[in-house]
Design a binder for this molecule. Structure first.
Ligand code: BDR
Ligand code: CA
Length: 303
């Protein structure tokens, strides 16, 4: 499967990228970056650093630095750390970004791999909405869009109503749900069931000292956040769940509905059913045991 991950790494993004790299059924043809957990320049730097650590030569195309319509934005340093990778104070600058901006890269790749490309978007949807605005054929050319974001039957995580990726750019997310893209939404309804606990990270560090050791290190900050804020003894693998929805769709149960995103009021950023919109496959069930076991096994085989 040819895949581009649109990302804002981010602790769980880093794990999702490592998973995609580890799975033989995924051919990672690039990463596109966006603001979100971090500023976009931090996202790109982190993405290049992670790919280098994994031994991947996939390109990184940098995208949007801010949301549509001058919507306010602040990086989520309290969740993912000041540089996006836990308590790491410095992340090396390795290599350079691809010359094309993210939206152009997405448009070009969707055209080149017509009908075959899967974009797994695990960050605010600004680059995807920009690609739609750039090329009227983008929705037709793209094989599938799988997003980590939103919440249908459960509360939000950044507010009572909204999930963070959608909340960070509600207008762009709404444009994506209004489009004819073939979209699968993997939101909090399922990702909150994919918890890894400290023992899982320790085991990973033992079996894959470099990559697993790094994931173990950056996860400490993320685990602490979930303990303090939600009193959870583990942390959800939000973004990795979206990768697994690409590789193993049968482990997910779906509801089919159109969606819109609230753009004002208390529930700004909420994903709401709207039957006048094109259908989206919304994941509402997950075989979390199978998903977590595949995640742990794939990561344990890294170096
Ligand atoms: C999403 O928001 C970010 O903090 C995570 O990386 C994930 O993509 C979860 O709501
Ligand atoms: Ca993310």
């Amino acid at each position: 499967m040819k895949m581009i991950i649109d990302t804002d790494p981010g602790v769980d993004d880093a794990i999702a990228i490592a998973l995609a790299h580890a799975l033989p059924e995924i051919n990672l043809i690039g990463l596109t970056t966006v603001f979100g957990n971090t500023r976009v320049d931090q996202s790109s730097r982190n993405a290049r650093f992670l790919l280098d650590m994994l031994g991947s030569d996939a390109p990184v195309a940098e995208g949007a630095a801010k949301p549509w319509n001058d919507y306010p934005f602040e990086p989520s340093a309290w969740v993912h750390g000041p540089e996006g990778l836990g308590d790491l104070a410095e992340v090396p600058q390795i290599g350079k970004n691809h010359p094309l901006p993210a939206a152009e890269f997405l448009v070009e790749m969707a055209r080149q791999h017509k009908g075959e490309l899967v974009i797994c978007a695990i960050a605010p949807l600004t680059n995807i909405a920009d690609a739609l605005a750039l090329d009227p054929e983008f929705a037709d050319n793209l094989g599938k869009l799988v997003i980590m974001g939103g919440n249908l039957h459960c509360p939000g995580n950044i507010t009572e109503y909204a999930e963070a990726n959608i909340y960070h750019d509600p207008n762009a997310a709404d444009a994506v749900f209004a489009s004819n893209l073939k979209t699968v939404m993997v939101g909090l309804d399922v990702t909150l069931q994919t918890l890894l606990v400290p023992e899982d990270f320790a085991a990973l560090a033992a079996s894959a000292p470099t990559t697993g050791g790094f994931i173990n290190r950056i996860s400490e900050f993320y685990l602490k956040f979930y303990k303090e804020v939600a009193n959870l003894d583990g942390c959800p693998m939000h973004d990795a769940a979206a990768i697994l929805a690409c590789s193993d769709p049968d482990w997910f149960g779906h509801e089919t509905t159109g969606l819109k995103v609230s753009s004002d009021g208390d529930n700004i950023g909420a994903t709401l059913a709207d039957t006048s919109r094109p259908n989206v496959q919304v994941a509402t069930k997950i075989d979390a045991k199978a998903a977590l076991s595949k995640l742990k096994s794939a990561l344990s085989h890294l170096h």
